[in-house]
Design a protein around this ligand. Structure first.
Ligand code: GLC
Length: 727
């Protein structure tokens, strides 16, 4: 029987429309809405047409061309019994056709407004191609660079991570979820996936509730508060219960505490994977635990479609749970206007000049200057430069992991950009290696010859895109292949060598760093990474990136992160500086190593520029703060150099004694400040009780009276310190 689709109605009637529709749906149609297919053959097959008419699927991911999607949606709206629209999802992780830096690089910009602008471009490009829903932002806190997916998140800190999480949700969803160019966000991977034991992907995570609430949940709460339409449950088992069946996180926290009313989709096959996890006995049991746990839509595995009906008929699942899941899914489809808006999406130019400029700016702001000895940078355009290393001209690698719709032919590589800036005559190129993992020295002679013929060598180092992202855990964090040998060969020429490192994670390059006069850390910078890198190399702008994650001296220090606890036996200043490698004569009994320093190679928040900014004159507005009060902390930033600088001043606190031990520092604010050469700017931060609060062992979010230290700092290890007391 042909039924007209539900008539359009004002948003306030959404709940009524949902209930009316659910009441008319058969159990098969309900279960269809809870099932997501992994795409179809393009063009649509007769089987696809038949399944869409029957309401077999509520959503497709990675589904074909725009024309395919328009055809499929028309069938769903006009030929299925109830005209419920399909939801088209896709991994739009750091850009769609315009590829932005990997999210870890974007976090290094500490510029949420620019990250939001980039997400807006990604949304408009994806929406123009018929995508409704992006499986992003990934907001997993990661304190372990062995984990390949550290590339996809915003690093180790919940405050910076929360700012980035909200920025992407706002960028994707715009001012209204149903506005042209808006797409639904999907916050992932809920929750604790980044704590995979051993940094091994998909592994178990053991996270005490106080740590879960103080570190791993905040970026998800920030996304929820930004209005994220959907969440994605993770692969890992959290404290023994797979995240895709975890009632505590999916129902108690997300629904009962946060009152989230969108829907939860499982990660790829993660419902069925509860069987190998040893949490479900078989597929029917997996379906039962997915629905009871709180996952509304099953991605790719088909346990819901295969078993829910019999589970309902057998009385093992109350049909009201099914109705609840379907209502959550329909609520998002109504809020997106999918029932009412035209099937053809709004047009939007792919890779417009404005979009590419946003990509260049974000890439430029994401790049961190780690070292610049003797002002080796910026380069003079009159200098002859030898560009060396395969990553100088590798479009695919430069885009990084999780790129489905970027085109290598559209990428501007560093080599091309350096030639464009300095002129071909000034630039010699020798890859030295076939690729980033090449172990052969066959290309060294040509690279050494190029270096000898030049005034400077710019060495492009790091990881290829395939070495980072999902299922790419590494037990070693060194530069792969023969890159260290290549550095030695080039350094042996005696020419100044500048290193540009592209990677999806912090790497360990302690020895190599000593042979490089300057080091730019460029992550995987995306489509416009070349012009961004070249612009910094030649001083068109001053580097302004700051590390969103601690860099270990050796993989043996992992996990290493700035907001650690002090221990009962912190090493003294005198015990610092332990040389890396062979153990010193072991003495003392404090919390440290005998064969490497306890501090990171480069701390969280670290980054230098072509100028020097001095922090002076910290002022705390009062020695005491009442619970209802506010305290302000200010400092002067003086640009003592000859170039303008973009400085990111960071605000940290530390509670000296509390009902549970608290970190030695916690980021509670940051400000990017443009300081013209020779000038001073004052930064001012306000602290209120909420900023001093934490989740205690009784599950309460409280601020406890006590003495606090506070810093305004350039990174997590330095800065000006003050004190105040919370009454
Ligand atoms: C993958 C990833 C997830 C992605 C999903 C769809 O396995 O874990 O981040 O969004 O499947 O591709």
């Amino acid at each position: 029987m042909m039924m007209l689709p539900v008539a359009a109605a004002p948003p306030a009637d959404t709940e009524r429309r949902i209930q009316e529709l659910v009441a008319r749906m058969t159990l098969d149609e309900k279960i269809g809405q809870m099932s997501q297919s992994s795409g179809w053959s393009s063009p649509l097959s007769d089987k696809d047409h038949a399944e869409i008419r029957a309401g077999r699927w509520g959503s497709y991911l990675n589904a074909g061309t725009l024309q395919d999607k328009i055809a499929a949606q028309r069938i769903a709206l006009k030929e299925s019994r109830l005209g419920i629209p399909l939801l088209f999802g896709r991994d739009v992780i750091h850009g769609y056709r315009t590829v932005f830096p990997i999210p870890l690089g974007q976090a290094a910009s500490w510029d949420p407004a620019l990250v939001e602008a980039a997400a807006r471009v990604a949304a408009q490009e994806a929406a123009a191609d018929g995508i409704h829903w992006a499986f992003a932002p990934m907001v997993d806190i990661a304190r372990d660079p062995r984990w390949g997916r550290i590339a996809e998140g915003s690093g180790e800190d919940p405050y910076l991570g929360s700012a980035m999480s909200a920025a992407v949700v706002h960028g994707f969803q715009g001012r209204a979820l149903d506005a042209p160019g808006s797409i639904a966000a999907c916050v992932k991977h809920y929750v604790g996936y980044g704590a995979a034991e051993g940094g091994r992907d998909y592994n178990t995570a053991w996270i005490p509730e106080v740590l879960l609430r103080n570190v791993y949940l905040p970026p998800f709460r920030a996304a929820r508060d930004a209005g994220a339409a959907t969440f994605m449950s993770a692969f890992e088992a959290l404290n023994g219960v797979p995240a895709s069946g975890n009632t505590f996180t999916l129902r108690k926290v997300l629904r009962d505490e946060w009152h989230f009313d969108g829907f939860v989709v499982s990660d790829w096959n993660s419902i069925a994977e509860m069987i190998p996890w040893g949490y479900a006995a078989d597929e029917a049991d997996a379906a039962l635990k997915g629905v009871l746990g709180g996952v509304d839509m099953e991605m790719v595995s088909t346990t819901y479609y295969d078993h829910l009906k019999s589970l309902v008929d057998a009385g093992r699942i109350d049909v009201r749970l099914i109705d609840e899941a379907v209502a959550n899914i329909l609520r998002v489809k109504f809020r997106m206007g999918l029932f009412d808006r035209p099937v053809e999406p709004a047009k939007f130019a792919m890779e417009s000049p404005e979009s590419l400029e946003t990509a260049r700016r974000l890439a430029q702001e994401s790049i961190v200057l780690l070292k610049n000895e003797g002002a080796a940078l910026p380069l003079s355009k009159s200098a002859r430069v030898a560009v060396i290393g395969p990553l100088a001209d590798s479009a695919v690698d430069q885009m990084g992991s999780w790129v489905l719709d970027g085109r290598p032919e559209d990428v501007h590589t560093p080599l091309a950009a350096i030639r464009a800036l300095a002129g071909d005559a000034q630039v010699a190129y020798a890859p030295g290696l076939e690729n980033a993992r090449d172990t052969s020295h066959a290309g060294f002679a040509a690279a050494v010859a190029a270096a000898r013929s030049a005034d400077r060598a710019v060495l492009f180092l790091g990881e290829d895109a395939g070495l980072s992202g999902e299922a790419r855990s590494r037990a070693f964090l060194n530069l792969p292949g023969a890159q260290e040998a290549l550095i030695d060969a080039i350094a042996a020429t005696g020419k100044p060598v500048i290193g540009v490192i592209m990677a999806g994670r912090p790497l360990v390059f302690h020895d190599a760093a000593a042979k490089l006069q300057a080091i730019l850390y460029a992550w995987h910078p995306g489509t416009m990474g070349g012009p961004a890198i070249a612009g910094l190399l030649y001083g068109e702008a001053s580097p302004s990136g700051r590390l969103p994650v601690s860099f270990p001296r050796t993989v043996g220090q992992v996990p290493i992160y700035y907001d650690h606890m002090n221990t009962g036996r912190p090493p003294s200043e005198a015990e610092r500086g332990v040389p890396a490698g062979t153990p010193i004569n072991p003495k003392g009994d404090t919390s440290r190593y005998v064969d490497v320093d306890v501090t990171p190679e480069y701390p969280f928040g670290y980054g230098i520029s072509y100028s020097v900014v001095k922090y002076e004159n910290l002022r705390v507005s009062a020695p005491r703060m009442s619970k209802s009060g506010e305290i302000t902390v200010t400092a002067d930033l003086v640009n003592t150099g000859a170039r303008d600088a973009d400085e990111t001043a960071q605000l940290y606190i530390r509670q000296l004694a509390a009902s549970i031990v608290r970190p030695v520092r916690e980021l509670k604010g940051f400000q990017r400040v443009r300081i013209p050469a020779g000038e001073k700017r004052t930064v001012r931060f306000a602290l209120r009780t909420a900023d001093l609060s934490f989740w205690n062992a009784r599950g309460e979010f409280v601020a406890e009276p006590g003495q606090f230290q506070v810093w305004i700092a350039p990174d997590a290890e330095h800065g000006l310190r003050g004190e105040f007391r919370l009454e």
